[in-house]
Write a protein of this length. Structure first.
Length: 386
């Protein structure tokens, strides 16, 4: 089922790992999560109202997010220091129980109630859903929250892929109806036919790795994140998708960043009426997404420096944000009256979104923090510092 979200953290090579120097230490007078984390997060990335919204989202999680993967989406071309928040939910973990209880208390038919039903079914080990979904991620739009207050989380499903791709004569089966149900949408046959047309445009071997839906955004659309397309095939894919105007900017992105980020995924939003205008190119270091290891745990500051410098030269990343990203990569310690905390922060990938107005860049980063009681207390399951 869902892979361990905390694979081992290798910190033995200072030139390439996030712990590029001795861990920083800070001392906080209280155990408040904001006071704990504030000294460790670059203000160029999170500050002011953006920090307040992100922290409020974290504070609603069980134990204020402790021992939970916390993800941040940083917009690199915008001055505002703000970030969206995303978390990984394991069917047997405290986050799943939190969202199930929240949904049981919510209005019937609401997105919260729909998510609760999905997580209950996902946790049933004999269900088909349990056998086909490799992971669930929830994303909160906090940089631009919807009118009316708190956004409902978007739901992204990680598909459990077979070792060998399915035959091109038999397109990949995707849980689109399951996704719609998880966010409280009714099933839409025309939407599924639009998804099928996208799958038919893919070359042999290409597969959808994630599907997602964001109920707080309009218009309604399904996100498909596609991998293993191949650089030589991307032009043909875009041509078949009716996105000829995107071939040149996407090709330029892949060419410009191939030396530092050689792996990519294509992200498209599919509505009942067809493909939405925005097109995302997710770029990863070599080795990322292999054997379920997350890039944020196997790369470090030395790996990301040439990336952010190149993004800055292209004008896709502001200098202050570039510096903030490099400062983000760290293995820190934090002390308060309860004991010693370990805080690990890393970067996973960047996404360049092609729009009619140009290219927008985001960085996807992760962090986890854990209280270490007096003495050599264990870290979160699977997380090791060697």
């Amino acid at each position: 089922m869902a892979s361990n979200p905390f694979p081992a953290v290798e910190t033995t090579e200072p030139s390439t790992r996030c712990a590029a120097s001795a861990p920083d230490t800070h001392r906080a007078p209280e155990t408040d999560v904001g006071e704990l984390l504030r000294p460790l997060i670059p203000r160029a990335l999170l500050d002011g109202p953006g920090w307040d919204r992100w922290l409020a989202g974290v504070a609603e999680l069980p134990d204020a997010g402790m021992e939970t993967f916390l993800g941040c989406e940083f917009r690199l071309g915008e001055q505002t220091p703000a970030a969206d928040l995303f978390v990984v939910v394991r069917p047997d973990g405290p986050l799943a129980r939190h969202y199930i209880r929240r949904g049981e208390a919510a209005r019937p038919g609401s997105p919260a109630a729909a998510l609760s039903r999905y997580l209950v079914q996902l946790g049933q080990t004999d269900s088909a859903l349990h056998a086909s979904i490799a992971g669930t991620m929830l994303e909160y739009d906090l940089v631009e929250p919807p009118a009316g207050g708190r956004p409902e989380p978007g739901v992204f499903l990680k598909i459990l892929l077979a070792k060998e791709p399915e035959s091109h004569d038999r397109p990949q089966s995707l849980p689109i109806a399951t996704l719609a149900g998880a966010v409280g949408w009714t099933d839409d046959g025309e939407e599924q036919r639009s998804v099928a047309r996208v799958l038919a445009a893919l070359p042999p071997g290409a597969r959808v790795a994630h599907v997602g839906a964001l109920p707080s955004r309009a218009p309604r659309a399904v996100r498909l994140v596609i991998q293993e397309i191949g650089r030589d095939a991307i032009g043909g894919v875009l041509e078949r998708l009716g996105r000829r105007e995107s071939i040149r900017p996407v090709t330029e992105i892949l060419t410009d960043l191939d030396e530092v980020l050689p792996r990519f995924r294509l992200a498209v939003d599919v509505a009942a009426g067809g493909l939405m205008p925005r097109l995302g190119v997710e770029l990863y270091h070599a080795g990322s997404w292999i054997d379920s290891m997350d890039g944020w745990l196997i790369t470090g500051r030395g790996d990301w420096r040439p990336v952010v410098e190149r993004l800055a030269r292209r004008g896709w990343c502001l200098p202050a944000k570039a510096q903030g990203l490099l400062e983000w990569c760290a293995l820190d310690k934090m002390y308060d009256r309860r004991g010693v905390y370990l805080v690990y922060k890393g970067m996973n990938h960047v996404k360049l979104t092609v729009t009619g107005a140009g290219v927008d860049a985001k960085a996807y980063a992760g962090m986890v923090y854990s209280l270490r009681a007096s003495g050599p207390a264990p870290l979160p399951e699977g997380l090791e510092v060697r």
